[in-house]
Design a protein around this ligand. Structure first.
Ligand SMILES: NC(=O)c1ccc[n+]([C@@H]2O[C@H](COP(=O)([O-])OP(=O)(O)OC[C@H]3O[C@@H](n4cnc5c(N)ncnc54)[C@H](O)[C@@H]3O)[C@@H](O)[C@H]2O)c1
Length: 175
Protein backbone atom coordinates (compact mmCIF):
# COMPACT_ATOMS: atom_id res chain seq x y z
CA UNK A 1 0.00 0.00 0.00
CA UNK A 2 2.75 2.42 1.04
CA UNK A 3 4.92 1.45 -1.93
CA UNK A 4 1.95 2.05 -4.27
CA UNK A 5 1.48 5.48 -2.73
CA UNK A 6 5.19 6.36 -3.06
CA UNK A 7 5.27 5.10 -6.63
CA UNK A 8 2.17 7.11 -7.57
CA UNK A 9 3.88 10.21 -6.13
CA UNK A 10 7.04 9.63 -8.16
CA UNK A 11 5.13 9.11 -11.42
CA UNK A 12 2.48 11.78 -10.86
CA UNK A 13 2.90 15.01 -12.81
CA UNK A 14 2.45 16.98 -9.58
CA UNK A 15 2.18 16.23 -5.86
CA UNK A 16 -0.14 18.71 -4.11
CA UNK A 17 0.09 21.53 -6.64
CA UNK A 18 1.17 24.12 -4.10
CA UNK A 19 3.26 25.83 -6.79
CA UNK A 20 0.93 25.40 -9.75
CA UNK A 21 1.51 28.14 -12.31
CA UNK A 22 4.64 29.48 -10.59
CA UNK A 23 7.91 30.04 -12.44
CA UNK A 24 10.87 29.32 -10.14
CA UNK A 25 14.61 29.77 -10.61
CA UNK A 26 16.99 27.73 -8.46
CA UNK A 27 20.74 28.41 -8.62
CA UNK A 28 23.23 25.64 -7.90
CA UNK A 29 20.56 23.13 -8.94
CA UNK A 30 22.87 20.45 -10.35
CA UNK A 31 23.20 18.74 -6.97
CA UNK A 32 22.68 18.91 -3.22
CA UNK A 33 20.10 21.20 -1.64
CA UNK A 34 19.57 23.11 -4.91
CA UNK A 35 18.64 19.99 -6.86
CA UNK A 36 16.37 18.73 -4.06
CA UNK A 37 14.66 22.14 -3.97
CA UNK A 38 14.23 22.31 -7.75
CA UNK A 39 12.86 18.73 -7.89
CA UNK A 40 10.42 19.43 -5.05
CA UNK A 41 9.25 22.68 -6.67
CA UNK A 42 8.59 20.77 -9.90
CA UNK A 43 6.67 18.03 -8.07
CA UNK A 44 4.57 20.82 -6.53
CA UNK A 45 3.54 22.01 -9.98
CA UNK A 46 6.09 24.77 -10.68
CA UNK A 47 7.88 25.46 -13.92
CA UNK A 48 11.50 25.20 -12.84
CA UNK A 49 14.66 26.77 -14.16
CA UNK A 50 17.51 24.53 -13.06
CA UNK A 51 20.61 26.72 -13.14
CA UNK A 52 24.21 25.86 -12.37
CA UNK A 53 27.77 26.53 -13.46
CA UNK A 54 28.06 22.76 -13.98
CA UNK A 55 26.30 21.24 -16.98
CA UNK A 56 25.64 17.62 -15.99
CA UNK A 57 24.27 15.10 -18.53
CA UNK A 58 22.07 13.57 -15.78
CA UNK A 59 20.36 16.93 -15.32
CA UNK A 60 19.79 17.31 -19.08
CA UNK A 61 18.24 13.81 -19.12
CA UNK A 62 16.11 14.55 -16.07
CA UNK A 63 14.82 17.76 -17.64
CA UNK A 64 13.75 15.85 -20.75
CA UNK A 65 11.82 13.43 -18.51
CA UNK A 66 10.19 16.28 -16.58
CA UNK A 67 9.09 17.87 -19.85
CA UNK A 68 7.58 14.56 -20.93
CA UNK A 69 5.51 14.56 -17.74
CA UNK A 70 4.54 18.22 -18.13
CA UNK A 71 5.29 20.05 -21.35
CA UNK A 72 7.64 23.05 -21.11
CA UNK A 73 7.89 22.74 -17.31
CA UNK A 74 11.67 22.54 -16.82
CA UNK A 75 14.74 24.03 -18.39
CA UNK A 76 18.46 24.17 -17.65
CA UNK A 77 20.28 27.50 -17.92
CA UNK A 78 24.03 27.46 -17.42
CA UNK A 79 25.05 30.41 -15.26
CA UNK A 80 27.98 31.39 -13.09
CA UNK A 81 26.22 33.29 -10.31
CA UNK A 82 29.21 35.62 -9.84
CA UNK A 83 28.86 37.07 -13.34
CA UNK A 84 26.39 39.93 -13.76
CA UNK A 85 26.17 39.59 -17.54
CA UNK A 86 25.11 35.94 -17.07
CA UNK A 87 22.35 36.97 -14.62
CA UNK A 88 21.08 39.47 -17.21
CA UNK A 89 21.11 36.78 -19.87
CA UNK A 90 19.27 34.32 -17.60
CA UNK A 91 16.55 36.87 -16.86
CA UNK A 92 16.16 37.63 -20.57
CA UNK A 93 15.78 33.91 -21.32
CA UNK A 94 13.21 33.47 -18.51
CA UNK A 95 11.19 36.44 -19.73
CA UNK A 96 11.26 35.21 -23.30
CA UNK A 97 10.40 31.56 -22.48
CA UNK A 98 7.98 31.97 -19.56
CA UNK A 99 7.02 35.67 -19.48
CA UNK A 100 7.51 36.07 -15.71
CA UNK A 101 9.45 35.01 -12.61
CA UNK A 102 7.71 34.17 -9.31
CA UNK A 103 10.49 32.69 -7.16
CA UNK A 104 14.28 32.86 -7.04
CA UNK A 105 16.26 30.58 -4.75
CA UNK A 106 19.79 31.91 -4.33
CA UNK A 107 21.22 28.53 -3.36
CA UNK A 108 24.58 28.25 -5.16
CA UNK A 109 27.40 28.30 -2.66
CA UNK A 110 30.81 26.82 -1.99
CA UNK A 111 32.69 25.60 1.05
CA UNK A 112 36.14 26.11 -0.35
CA UNK A 113 38.19 27.82 2.35
CA UNK A 114 41.44 26.79 3.89
CA UNK A 115 42.69 27.73 7.33
CA UNK A 116 43.06 31.53 7.51
CA UNK A 117 46.87 31.26 7.70
CA UNK A 118 46.99 29.21 4.49
CA UNK A 119 44.14 30.70 2.41
CA UNK A 120 45.05 33.20 -0.32
CA UNK A 121 43.29 36.54 -0.80
CA UNK A 122 42.29 35.34 -4.28
CA UNK A 123 40.70 32.21 -2.77
CA UNK A 124 38.90 34.25 -0.10
CA UNK A 125 37.56 36.65 -2.74
CA UNK A 126 36.19 33.74 -4.78
CA UNK A 127 34.25 32.39 -1.80
CA UNK A 128 32.98 35.90 -1.11
CA UNK A 129 31.88 36.28 -4.74
CA UNK A 130 30.07 32.92 -4.92
CA UNK A 131 28.47 33.05 -1.47
CA UNK A 132 27.75 36.77 -1.04
CA UNK A 133 28.02 38.86 -4.22
CA UNK A 134 25.89 36.31 -6.09
CA UNK A 135 23.01 36.87 -3.66
CA UNK A 136 23.17 40.62 -4.32
CA UNK A 137 23.14 39.98 -8.08
CA UNK A 138 20.34 37.41 -7.77
CA UNK A 139 18.15 39.83 -5.81
CA UNK A 140 18.93 42.80 -8.06
CA UNK A 141 18.10 41.04 -11.32
CA UNK A 142 15.15 38.99 -10.00
CA UNK A 143 13.44 42.05 -8.50
CA UNK A 144 13.57 43.79 -11.88
CA UNK A 145 11.50 41.00 -13.46
CA UNK A 146 9.28 40.40 -10.40
CA UNK A 147 8.35 44.10 -10.26
CA UNK A 148 6.62 43.73 -13.63
CA UNK A 149 3.96 41.57 -11.94
CA UNK A 150 4.28 43.43 -8.60
CA UNK A 151 5.05 40.26 -6.64
CA UNK A 152 7.59 37.52 -6.15
CA UNK A 153 9.59 35.64 -3.53
CA UNK A 154 13.35 35.49 -3.08
CA UNK A 155 14.87 32.83 -0.85
CA UNK A 156 18.52 33.26 0.13
CA UNK A 157 20.36 30.31 1.63
CA UNK A 158 22.87 30.94 4.36
CA UNK A 159 24.94 28.93 6.79
CA UNK A 160 25.74 28.85 10.47
CA UNK A 161 29.31 29.40 9.22
CA UNK A 162 28.26 32.93 8.30
CA UNK A 163 27.85 33.57 12.01
CA UNK A 164 30.50 31.46 13.72
CA UNK A 165 34.01 30.34 12.88
CA UNK A 166 34.98 26.71 12.32
CA UNK A 167 38.61 25.90 13.13
CA UNK A 168 38.21 22.42 11.59
CA UNK A 169 37.15 23.73 8.19
CA UNK A 170 39.12 21.98 5.43
CA UNK A 171 39.73 23.12 1.88
CA UNK A 172 37.56 21.06 -0.49
CA UNK A 173 38.12 21.47 -4.20
CA UNK A 174 34.76 21.06 -5.91
CA UNK A 175 35.81 21.60 -9.52
N1 LIG B 1 25.02 21.19 3.04
C1 LIG B 1 24.99 21.82 4.20
O1 LIG B 1 25.13 21.19 5.28
C2 LIG B 1 24.74 23.31 4.27
C3 LIG B 1 24.69 23.92 5.51
C4 LIG B 1 24.45 25.29 5.58
C5 LIG B 1 24.28 26.03 4.42
N2 LIG B 1 24.35 25.41 3.22
C6 LIG B 1 24.18 26.25 2.04
O2 LIG B 1 23.27 25.63 1.13
C7 LIG B 1 23.66 25.89 -0.20
C8 LIG B 1 23.78 24.57 -0.97
O3 LIG B 1 24.69 23.74 -0.30
P1 LIG B 1 24.94 22.24 -0.75
O4 LIG B 1 25.52 21.53 0.40
O5 LIG B 1 23.74 21.68 -1.42
O6 LIG B 1 26.12 22.47 -1.82
P2 LIG B 1 26.64 21.51 -3.00
O7 LIG B 1 28.12 21.69 -3.05
O8 LIG B 1 26.08 20.14 -2.89
O9 LIG B 1 25.98 22.19 -4.28
C9 LIG B 1 26.30 23.52 -4.63
C10 LIG B 1 25.93 23.75 -6.08
O10 LIG B 1 26.29 25.09 -6.40
C11 LIG B 1 26.94 25.09 -7.66
N3 LIG B 1 27.84 26.23 -7.80
C12 LIG B 1 29.04 26.44 -7.20
N4 LIG B 1 29.59 27.58 -7.63
C13 LIG B 1 28.72 28.12 -8.52
C14 LIG B 1 28.72 29.29 -9.31
N5 LIG B 1 29.75 30.15 -9.29
N6 LIG B 1 27.67 29.53 -10.11
C15 LIG B 1 26.62 28.67 -10.15
N7 LIG B 1 26.56 27.53 -9.43
C16 LIG B 1 27.60 27.26 -8.63
C17 LIG B 1 27.68 23.77 -7.71
O11 LIG B 1 28.02 23.38 -9.04
C18 LIG B 1 26.69 22.83 -7.04
O12 LIG B 1 25.79 22.26 -7.97
C19 LIG B 1 24.96 26.69 -0.15
O13 LIG B 1 24.67 28.05 -0.30
C20 LIG B 1 25.47 26.39 1.25
O14 LIG B 1 26.24 27.46 1.77
C21 LIG B 1 24.58 24.07 3.11
Amino acid sequence: MLSQLVSSFSTAATLFGRLDGKVCLVTGAAMGIGKATADTFHREGATVIYSDILEKPEITEQIEQLNQKRDNSAVFIKMDVTKEDQWKNTMEQIKEKFGKLDVTVNNAGILDMDHVEKETLKGFKRVEAVNIESVFLGCKHSIKLMKEQKKGSIINLSSILGLVGDPGLKKTILF
